[in-house]
Design a protein around this ligand. Structure first.
Ligand code: PMP
Length: 380
């Protein structure tokens, strides 16, 4: 129950053990073509360039930005936590001016303020983190993206903790969006996955990026070639991970994006009901809760390291904090991918017993009952 890597379906893992065909073979080319097409579908993209490149989400952050900025560029980072701040760190190496719109802990960005800053700032691009995994805050990307339709500035969406679990569509107006394989897409770690929209494809014509492996102009022809069923080479693709990705994407599409988002919503609501009933305080403000992760403070008397190791012994692995000033005062529950109601109940039970073991007065079963009410009401 950490926010990635998550648990993977057997057929996804089994796909990885198939023979490693040559990256130029007909067999692999067909799988890669399908994975790229499925990426477009899962991102709700009708046009643009999908990319699947070996590396983690941090590589995707780099690919999604360095291709669109020059040394004298100004950029704006909308930060709602640790992963927004990572963009500040990353972009400071490539752009001349990096400005930050940082919200107070737990508060999402105000779409109007993003629009106002973006339309006045002369930025080449603006980044926003859909769900910041450090705080569990979900930004209203739909409304933010809508504002960028009439701006020259590009909007880059970090969907690492959202795409495949939260509602998202490139059609909202985002210019680049990306995720990493290990989260809501349900594929083991190792792939940077994204889509570059038409406005961004045009903008990158004018840029010679400072990074070689991340240079999308090198990848573009290769990816387009695979999309047309013809192998091509720039750097060796992660063949077996791409088999696995294609199985995951097919299973997401088979479940249906709407059904999948709904399942994540119900699971998230049941966990929040349990957390509330146990008297713990969530970090996101009301209305800014994510459906892929729940983030809450521990009671003051509970020591985080002891809570986490007890919970693990009781059957569920959770993550500690990432926001530097408070990292030992809260914990994070990841609930994305193929998460089920049964796993929720095991996790909530482990939380209750670990809290009680660490000196917090808990009526055992109260959190489980609260979660069950939500699950039952929704037919789970
Ligand atoms: N962005 C977000 C929102 C993330 O949650 C993460 C990883 N937790 C990253 C970027 C970086 O991804 P990775 O660890 O795969 O490099």
């Amino acid at each position: 129950m950490i926010p990635g890597p998550v648990e993977y379906e057997h057929d996804v893992l089994a796909a990885m053990s198939r023979p490693t065909y040559a990256h130029t073979s007909k067999e692999f080319t067909e799988v890669f073509r399908s994975a790229l097409e499925n990426t477009m579908r899962v991102f709700g993209a009708k046009e643009g360039l999908p990319f699947v490149i070996a590396g983690s989400g941090t590589l995707a952050m780099e690919i999604a930005t360095v291709n669109f900025i020059k040394r004298d560029s100004s950029v704006l980072v909308v930060s709602t936590g640790y992963f927004g701040d990572r963009f500040v760190d990353l972009l400071s190496r490539f752009a001349k001016k990096v400005e930050v719109y940082r919200t107070p802990l737990g508060r999402p960005a105000d779409p109007k303020e993003v629009y106002e800053r973006a339309s006045k700032g002369g930025y080449d691009l603006v980044t926003v983190t859909h769900v910041d995994t450090s705080t569990g805050v979900r930004n209203n990307v739909k409304e933010i993206a809508n504002g960028f339709r009439d701006l020259d500035t590009l909007l880059v969406v970090d969907g690492v903790c959202s795409i495949g679990g939260e509602e998202f569509s490139m059609e909202w107006g985002a210019d680049v969006a990306f995720t990493a394989s290990q989260k809501a897409l349900g594929t083991p770690p190792g792939l940077a996955v994204g889509v570059v929209g038409p406005k961004a494809l045009k903008a990158m014509e004018k840029v010679q990026p400072l990074s070689f492996y991340s240079d999308l102009r090198k990848w573009r022809d290769i990816l387009n070639s695979y999309m047309q069923g013809k192998a091509a080479y720039f750097a060796t693709p992660a063949v077996n991970l791409i088999y696995a990705l294609d199985v995951s994407l097919n299973s997401i599409l088979k479940e249906g994006l709407d059904n999948r988002v709904k399942r994540h919503e119900i699971i998230a609501e049941s966990i929040r009901a349990a957390i509330r009933s146990l008297g713990l305080k969530m970090i996101p403000e009301e209305g800014a809760y994510a459906n892929t992760i729940s983030v809450q403070f521990l009671p003051e008397m509970v020591k985080q390291s002891s809570f986490l190791s007890d919970a693990e012994r009781f059957g569920a692995v959770f993550a500690g904090g990432l926001v530097p000033e408070i990292k030992e005062r809260y914990f994070r529950i990841g609930h994305m991918g193929s998460i089920t109601a049964s796993e929720v109940l095991i996790a909530v039970g482990a939380i209750e017993r670990a809290l009680k073991k660490n000196g917090y007065d808990v009526d055992l079963g109260k959190g489980i009952a609260a979660a069950e009410e939500v699950l039952f009401k929704n037919g789970f």
